[in-house]
Structures are given as structure tokens and as C-alpha cells.
Design a protein around this ligand. Structure first.
Ligand SMILES: NC(=O)c1ccc[n+]([C@@H]2O[C@H](COP(=O)([O-])OP(=O)(O)OC[C@H]3O[C@@H](n4cnc5c(N)ncnc54)[C@H](OP(=O)(O)O)[C@@H]3O)[C@@H](O)[C@H]2O)c1
Length: 339
């Protein structure tokens, strides 16, 4: 069968003909219908994370249909975990998946939504929980069009945030966000026109939507951002620090823009700001923690109010193009491949 593998930690992807996967005890073989692309796949391909030696198949996340005879045969399932990292992954026609990692697809989800749901929503939910999110608070989750950023915006809104502040890197993306219904509780700052701080404080607000963003600051100056869940990094963290209220929490989840930030440490100390790092690994390795978070995101999905946006679907044969679109396309939503 076809599989996209690395032969070395050099970032080069190979379309290989590989043996069929074998399901061990407690595993099943899944016919992959769609697999997702995530930044971590590219990071693994370059050796940023090294769990096993190549060659192995990439792809931490996907969805498909159980092939192995038994009670789950024919079931539509989604999965993610150490696939494509510590064992063969989802960028292939078929994959062996531990039964514990099989998540039934919510009935109303399309195959595309199922393929793009688990990693982003698990990560965002975990970060919101880790940061102590509570309903009725104001949350800043930059990058409404990013996979994890978008999941964070949707979950915070669904779980009762008073206000969700977010960003878009272009006017087209900001317009797309508003057209998709990210308004009202959700306030999008168009970073191609004004800075996040200007957008939120109203200093540079140009149109009605931006003035709405500014309304979060009220008449008394600085806005009261309780929690930041950030996947952008770089200068976004400094902006977040200047917007968060005393005693607030910043959770760093990713660095799409860059790993280096210049922070006003004096302001952090003076205002008792907590800066936390978060990654999804505890939600893979700790089954009890994972079960709670998984149940919460599935309930959110089943409510019909929360689902991932899918930007593009490419044939698996076009994997290099698909990765390029993920890394450089500045798309709204997830990129998928179809074996
Ligand atoms: N800690 C974890 O467990 C975990 C889990 C998943 C992902 N991550 C990390 O979180 C980050 C985002 O992941 P994702 O899947 O949400 O990625 P994504 O879908 O590509 O989203 C990244 C967003 O960042 C914004 N961005 C700002 N500056 C950018 C730049 N220079 N290049 C590219 N994007 C830029 C883009 O929004 P605009 O175009 O609107 O600016 C884009 O929508 C990555 O660093 C990833 O490795 C961490």
C-alpha cells in the first residue's frame, strides 16, 4: 500500500510502497479516508521530536473506517496520538490503531470535520483547562483561522466566555471570520490594519467591528483579559502581556510566528502574571485526564455548535504541495490529504 514516510530526519517526504499494517492485541486496522496535516508532522520530519528511528509513516491524525472483523468493523472513527511519531502514522492507505485511541465520529460530522477535529480541539481544550478558564471571563485566543486558535475561539465561546478576542493576519481572513459568524461575543482584530493592542483598546479602531472590539475596554482604559491561549508566539506574547489583567494567565501553546519573544518581566512580576507552557502530550499519556477532556470536546461537537473549518483537501500523492500550503498558505482552517 501507499504511505508517505521519512527515511531520515531531513524533512524529505517519500511516497513508498509499504507492507500492510498488522493489528496487534488491542488494535484494529483502519482504512484511512482522510488524514490531517499539522505543524508537528513537519517538525517530526525534521527531527525536532525523535521517538523512533526512520523510516516510518508520518501523520499524527486522521479518520477512516475500521476494517478488522469484530464489534467495531465498519465503524467511522477518528484518531490521533503518537501515530506518525513513535509508530506508523495516518498518511497512508491503512493504519493500525489502538482501540483505546478510536473515537466514534459524531453523527452529523462530515468525514472532513472528523479528520480535522481531535488534535486541534484536544489541544485547545487542554490549554483552556490548564489556564483555569471559567465561564463569564474574557479570553484572548489569537489566530481565528489557525487550527488550534480557531478551536480555542470556538470552545471558549461555547463554554460561556463573556468575550473572546482574536486576530486575523489579513483583511480577507478577518472578513472570512466575520462571514463565518465570528462576531458578537467574538471580536476579531485585523492585524494587517492595526495592532492587537490598538484593536483591543480602541486606539486605532477604524470600523464598527473594530470599535466593538474596543468596547471590551469599557470607559476605564485597559481591557480585562483574564486568560490568553496563544499559538502564535513571537511578538504576540508581548502584546498579550500588555493586555492581560493583573493576576491573569498566559498559556503558550505554539509558535507559528516564532519561538523568541521579548517580555516585560517587570510588568509580569508587578502584575502577578502566570506564564504557562502547554502541550497535548499529557492528554495522550494520562488516560484519565484524556478521557475527561475528550468527553468535553465531544459533548461540544455533539451540540452542533463546534466543528473544525477545513481549508483544503489534497490527494495524498500531492503531499509536498499540501505541506507547503499548511506552512505558507496562511489558510483558514485545516489541510487534509485523501489517500
Ligand atoms: N503545544 C501543543 O500541544 C500544540 C498542538 C498543536 C499545535 N501546536 C503549535 O501551535 C502552533 C499553531 O498550530 P496550528 O495547527 O494552529 O497551525 P496553523 O493552523 O497553521 O495556524 C497558525 C496560525 O498562526 C498565525 N500566524 C502568525 N504568524 C505566522 C507565521 N509567521 N507563519 C504562519 N502562521 C502565522 C496564522 O494566522 P494569521 O494568518 O491570521 O496570522 C495561522 O492561522 C504551531 O506552532 C504548532 O506547532 C502546539
Amino acid at each position: 500500500m501507499k504511505a508517505v514516510r521519512i527515511h531520515d530526519f531531513d524533512g524529505v517526504l517519500h511516497m513508498d510502497d509499504v507492507p500492510e499494517p498488522v493489528a496487534r492485541d488491542g488494535e484494529v486496522v483502519v482504512q484511512v479516508v482522510l488524514a490531517a496535516l499539522n505543524p508537528i508532522d513537519e517538525q517530526i520530519s525534521r527531527g525536532e521530536y525523535r521517538f523512533v528511528e526512520p523510516p516510518f509513516t508520518l501523520g499524527v491524525e486522521g479518520m477512516g473506517v475500521v476494517l478488522t472483523p469484530g464489534p467495531r468493523q465498519g465503524e467511522r472513527v477518528m484518531f490521533f496520538g503518537f501515530y506518525g511519531a513513535a509508530r506508523d502514522g495516518a498518511w497512508a492507505e491503512r493504519i493500525a490503531v489502538a482501540e483505546a485511541d478510536l473515537v466514534p465520529v459524531p453523527e452529523h460530522f462530515s468525514n472532513e470535520e472528523a479528520a480535522g477535529f481531535l488534535l486541534a480541539f484536544t489541544t485547545a481544550a487542554g490549554a483552556l483547562e490548564y489556564g483555569g478558564f471559567t465561564p463569564g471571563t474574557t479570553v484572548l485566543v489569537p489566530a481565528v483561522g489557525g487550527a488550534v486558535g480557531n478551536a480555542g475561539v470556538q470552545l471558549a465561546r461555547h463554554w460561556g466566555a463573556a468575550r473572546v478576542l482574536t486576530t486575523a493576519g489579513s483583511t480577507a481572513k478577518a472578513d472570512q471570520a466575520r462571514a463565518l459568524g465570528y462576531d458578537g461575543t467574538v471580536c476579531v482584530t485585523d492585524l494587517s490594519r492595526i495592532s492587537l493592542v490598538e484593536g483591543v483598546t480602541g486606539a486605532g479602531a477604524i470600523d464598527a467591528a473594530e470599535k466593538l472590539v474596543a468596547s471590551v475596554s469599557g470607559d476605564d482604559g485597559p481591557p480585562e483579559v483574564d486568560l490568553v491561549v496563544d499559538t502564535v508566539g513571537g511578538p504576540m506574547l508581548a502584546d498579550a502581556l500588555s493586555l492581560i489583567k493583573a493576576g491573569g494567565t498566559i498559556v503558550s501553546v505554539g509558535s507559528a510566528h516564532g519561538d523568541t519573544a521579548t517580555l516585560d518581566l517587570h510588568a509580569m512580576r508587578r502584575r502577578l502574571i502566570r506564564l504557562l507552557g502547554w502541550n497535548f502530550v499529557p492528554l495522550i499519556t494520562d488516560p484519565s485526564q484524556a478521557a475527561g477532556t475528550r468527553a468535553r470536546i465531544l459533548r461540544a461537537a455533539e451540540s452542533g455548535q463546534v466543528s473544525p473549518h477545513i481549508a483544503e483537501v489534497h490527494p495524498l500523492d500531492d503531499i509536498d504541495k499540501a505541506v507547503d500550503r499548511l506552512l505558507h498558505g496562511r489558510l483558514f482552517g485545516k489541510v487534509l490529504v485523501r489517500p
